[in-house]
Write a protein that binds this ligand. Structure first.
Ligand SMILES: *Cc1c(COP(=O)(O)O)cnc(C)c1O
Length: 396
């Protein structure tokens, strides 16, 4: 076997890139001139701004999207012996968070058109131990949240929306993240908006929000929030060193919150720009018979473009996809093979036997994420498309 010839130098056209303006830099620097670097006014403003943007009463900032998933599961009472239905065609954090609380992730297959959880596959995965499902809005396209909520209602399941790839996406004029028991956002640098590292959990439930806020801060309940009742002889000073439950340090710093606020202030422009880039890619690639392009206009929905993922026609195989990816890399163009199915990862070896996910495996073998970031130029898009057309024609 020969080693893959990926160039050692950085690609000319990266897969993603953050979009940081002077407004973001000034916001972070101003925080550094104050004495409050954690748990100050920025976190409160960032939480209030996110809650208002999504259209829910509560938002709790956390240190990552993964931390948000972990705390949402804890706050909703998911624990060992419980089963949680998740997609395998997604980022591994979704299943890992279920394991952090001692519960068992159960994989359901996806819809080949939306690449989101297939409601019938979810229904088939339900057992008497199923307590929750995580509805991921994959690549910024809303999941079939109405059907999933209906299944959850009929089987008394909690619903966590993973909105880490879909901030601002809408179903029926309502923003995703506002439908389930909790919605989890992430602000890693490749997301639509970034805080470097960071996350946010939104919810309509005051109690869920208070529990998440306590879990992120060593199990401390803030004054004014309702801590669970305690036995009489516990040491409670009603002060900073009261630790009511086993908590974590999943806080987001004031600098990160200031960065997030400045990014959120530009979100309409950011999402519009990303949509324009997606449309340009579609215009340039739509007549290539070897490529399946993502839908851009879906009645009743608004997409939020996280990545631009093309799929190869079923006549092409995983080896073709990998060759095309190498050809693009050789031309200085980065691509991503999103997503390697979770149930086929070494960390999930014990899931491999039981999982029957033919659509996930077929789709995952043929996806290719193209360079996609706010400041990509028209010329760069043209170059990506011409190299891609040339590469995809040379079938192996
Ligand atoms: C990015 C992402 C997360 C969270 O990622 P962090 O790196 O922990 O912020 C979770 N789920 C999905 C689907 C994601 O894309």
């Amino acid at each position: 076997m020969t080693a893959p010839d990926i160039p050692l130098s950085a690609p000319d056209i990266p897969l993603s890139a953050p979009d940081i303006t002077d407004a973001e830099i000034d916001a972070v620097v101003s925080v550094l001139r104050t004495p409050r670097l954690s748990l100050g006014p920025q976190i409160e403003q960032f939480e209030a701004a996110m809650a208002a943007y999504i259209g829910v009463p509560h938002a709790v900032a956390v240190s990552s999207g993964t931390a948000g998933l972990h705390l949402a599961l804890l706050a909703l009472g998911i624990s060992s012996g419980d089963e949680v239905i998740v997609p395998s065609f997604t980022f591994i954090a979704v299943a890992n968070a279920v394991r952090y609380v001692g519960a068992l992730p159960v994989f359901a297959d996806i819809d080949p058109e939306t690449l989101n959880l297939s409601p019938s596959s979810v229904e088939a995965a339900i057992t008497p131990r199923t307590r929750a499902l995580i509805a991921v809005h994959t690549f910024g396209r809303p999941a079939d949240i109405v059907a999933l909520l209906d299944i959850a209602n009929r089987h008394n399941l909690r619903v966590i929306e993973d909105v880490c790839e879909a901030i601002g996406a809408e179903v029926g004029g309502r923003r995703v993240g506002s439908f389930g028991d909790a919605g989890v956002f992430a602000f890693y640098p490749n997301k639509q908006i970034t805080t470097g590292e960071g996350g946010m959990v939104v919810t309509r439930q005051a109690e869920t929000a208070q529990r998440i806020a306590a879990f992120r801060n060593h199990g401390r309940y803030e004054s004014g929030s309702q801590a669970p009742a305690q036995p009489a002889n516990t040491w409670l000073d009603h002060a900073w060193f009261d630790h009511v439950e086993l908590g974590y340090n999943y806080r987001l710093s004031e600098m990160q919150c200031a960065l997030g606020l400045a990014q959120l202030a530009r979100i309409d422009d950011i999402l519009a720009r990303r949509e324009a880039i997606a449309r340009r890619y579609c215009d340039l690639l739509c007549d290539d018979p070897d490529l399946l392009l993502p839908a851009v206009d879906i009645p009743g929905q608004r997409l939020s473009w996280f990545v631009f993922v093309v799929r190869l026609a079923s006549s092409l195989a995983r080896a073709d996809r990998d060759r095309i990816s190498h050809d693009l890399a050789a031309a200085g163009i980065a691509t991503g093979r999103y997503f390697a199915p979770i149930h086929l990862q070494p960390a999930y070896a014990t899931w491999r036997e039981s999982a029957h996910l033919p659509i996930t495996e077929s789709v995952a073998a043929r996806t290719l994420a193209l360079p996609f970031f706010n400041r990509i130029t028209g010329e760069q898009i043209d170059r990506v498309c011409s190299v891609l057309r040339f590469a995809s024609r040379g079938k192996s």
